[in-house]
Design a protein. Structure first.
Length: 127
């Protein structure tokens, strides 16, 4: 943000740019400190929206407008993949909370690992 102050100092859209950049920074902070996947998805969408706004900041330039559209389409594809991943984690664990997902995943792994340890014993017992 310090670098962009000097870079954008004489631009007529200075205030608008800093509004977009501040929202982007806040969204990134929210993304990093989110305690669950629902908030991660919301802040991920906000980051994508801010990226769209920042890339297309000089919307009167054709190159910026084209790049902005490409970023929008790319983000939509990635966002759909993230949503599928979140839904798969919810289906597998029954929770959106990171602590619960970690605990349930660890328990599932331990149960699967224990069953795998028993397999050689069962084979030797049945022979």
């Amino acid at each position: 943000m310090i670098y962009t102050d000097g870079y954008m100092a004489h631009d007529p859209g200075y205030v608008r740019f800093y509004a977009y950049l501040s929202l982007f920074s806040s969204s990134m902070l929210g993304l990093v400190v989110s305690p669950n996947l629902v908030q991660v998805y919301i802040f991920w969408e906000l980051v994508g929206m801010c990226s769209y706004l920042l890339i297309g900041f000089w919307y009167d330039r054709k190159a910026a407008a084209d790049a902005c559209q490409k970023a929008f389409v790319t983000n939509r594809v990635g966002d759909f993949g993230l949503l599928l991943g979140i839904l798969a984690l919810y289906w597998a664990t029954g929770s959106f909370e990171f602590n619960e997902i970690g605990d349930r995943s660890r328990n599932s792994f331990n149960r699967a690992h224990s069953a795998a340890d028993l397999l050689p014993c069962l084979r030797s017992w049945s022979s």
